[in-house]
Design a protein around this ligand. Structure first.
Ligand code: NDP
Ligand code: 2IT
Length: 450
């Protein structure tokens, strides 16, 4: 049945759908024994319905830059599935954004959101707008134009967008301001908002901190290890990477790498977080090359000098690796280098950063591999806490949110590990995550009827 669905899907999607097909194939292959064990899944066509988005919204975004030139970008929102709750998922602003990419991200989001156990469905959106090099006013003009089109499709109980690559506090602030002005409705129609108007404490930290909470629980339960004193490699230098590094350091780990789209930093003394934040924090997007100007023990490798088949960031010996930049950034040869250099665990901070053949190699070599839909779910979980605070007009303190985040990440790990074990796939957290997430969504889809 799974092979038939994949073949039909390949026929109906054009060849450029590769990341979407990659995500769907991985999930469907994990589910083969599960769907064969319960005839209701076939009777209700659950798999077929789960690979087709409910709705794809595409719009033109017209805005004016600082030179008074008219600019045009594509905007999208893919509302994939809302059986468990309002559509929920980030917005990505990056020149590489296409509808196919957002379909893959929205599809992954359905499963991630299901794993949290919270009442949220799956969606994703964004634009091919490039925020790099734009002034604050240009970012604001773009966000306002984007929301002029998007506002009619979202709402606190309908669809609640948040941040992703290129979209942080500043962008969500501008988007929310415009939503409120157009609709006159002061409701939590976006999450990841500035604290001043309804944002939750800890949302900026949530994804990265959650990744580390997941890692700590997995290491403790599986191999009775902690992160204290361990050497860790992190890729990326954005929201997820910075907070992953920060929490790893809180727990006593030594983080030796970070990267951006232009190069990699290796610092054998451990990343200097204050320095890194001065380069990359608070909407600053300076090149990581600035790091070695202040710290001469560090090494900077430009992208042009990476190994032809991979990324320099994965070539240093480490205990655990945390890919936190973007999809397919950890390849088969990167995986081989990590294993050769003694890495024993890989915990994804980004969405689908590891290629399928690299995941297979990790599994074959007994590496503990945590898929992003489980390990990076802390961001969307705290987004749901923000929705909850907005709905009840409450404000929770930092410790309360942190405590709830920690509990939810440990719970996700437990559910994923147990599901893997119960299905004869012990320590295969990819299958564990896909099966556990699927069962919850499928149950809701069956109960609500067609
Ligand atoms: P940011 O925009 O804050 O940071 C992205 C980082 O990744 C930057 O260092 C950027 O480098 C680098 N990067 C982006 N695109 C590429 C590329 N094509 N090649 C190499 N490097 C790249 O985004 P986030 O930290 O929010 O997101 C990172 C990942 O985490 C994404 O996969 C996202 O989907 C995922 N995620 C994010 C969540 C969130 O709450 N924000 C929640 C769960 C997952 P540069 O600055 O040079 O572009
Ligand atoms: O990929 C993700 O989970 C996010 N970008 C966060 C989504 C959200 O709604 O907080």
């Amino acid at each position: 049945m799974v092979e038939k669905i994949l073949a039909n899907l390949e026929k109906s999607n054009c060849a450029t759908d590769s990341t979407f097909m990659q995500a769907v194939s991985e999930v469907l292959r994990s589910l083969t024994p599960t769907v064969e064990s319960d005839s209701r899944y076939e009777r209700y066509a659950i798999l077929e319905r789960l690979v087709t988005p409910d709705r794809v919204i595409q719009f033109k975004v017209q805005w004016v830059d600082d030179q008074n030139r008219v600019q045009i970008n594509n905007g999208y929102r893919v509302q994939f599935n809302n059986s468990l709750g309002p559509y929920k998922g980030g917005l990505r602003f990056h020149p590489s954004v296409t509808l196919e990419m957002l379909k893959f991200l929205a599809y992954e989001q359905i499963f991630k959101n299901s794993l949290t156990g919270l009442p949220i469905g799956g969606a994703k959106g964004g634009s091919d707008f490039d925020p790099k090099g734009k002034s604050d006013f240009e970012i604001m003009n773009f966000c306002r134009a984007f929301m002029r089109e998007l506002h009619q499709y979202i709402g606190a109980r309908v669809d609640v967008p948040a941040g992703d690559i290129g979209v942080g506090l500043r962008e969500i602030g501008f988007l929310f301001g415009e939503y409120r002005r157009i609709t006159r409705n002061y409701e939590g129609a976006l999450s990841g908002k500035p604290y001043a108007f309804g944002g939750s404490l800890m949302r900026p930290q949530a994804t990265g901190y959650g990744v580390v909470y997941f890692a700590a629980e997995m290491l403790k339960e599986e191999i009775q290890e902690s992160l204290e004193g361990q050497i860790c490699s992190v890729s990326g230098a954005g929201n997820v990477a910075l907070h992953t590094i920060e929490k790893l350091q809180h727990l006593g780990a030594k983080v030796i790498t970070c990267s951006d789209s232009e190069g990699t930093i290796y610092d054998p003394e451990g990343i200097d977080m204050d320095l890194l934040k001065r380069i990359k924090g608070n909407e600053r997007h300076l090149s990581l090359e600035h790091y070695i100007q202040k710290k001469d023990t560090a090494v900077y490798t430009k992208k042009e000098d990476y190994p032809h088949d991979g990324h320099t960031v994965w070539s240093y010996p480490c205990f655990a690796a945390f890919p936190c930049a973007t999809q397919n950034e950890l390849t088969l040869s990167d995986a081989a280098r990590l294993i050769e250099n003694g890495c024993i665990a890989v915990i994804e901070g980004a969405n689908m950063p590891t290629t399928p053949n690299a995941i297979d190699l990790f599994h074959e070599n007994g590496i503990l591999f945590a898929p992003g839909k489980a390990s990076n779910a802390g961001g969307v979980a705290v987004s749901e806490f923000e929705m909850s605070q907005n709905a009840s007009m409450e404000k929770w303190d930092f410790d309360k949110v942190d405590h709830k985040l920690n509990a939810i990440m440990r719970q996700i790990y437990k559910r994923v590990a147990l599901t893997a074990k119960e299905n004869g796939k012990e320590r295969n957290f990819v299958d564990g995550a896909n099966i556990a997430a699927f069962k919850r969504i499928a149950e809701a889809m069956i109960l609500e009827g067609i």
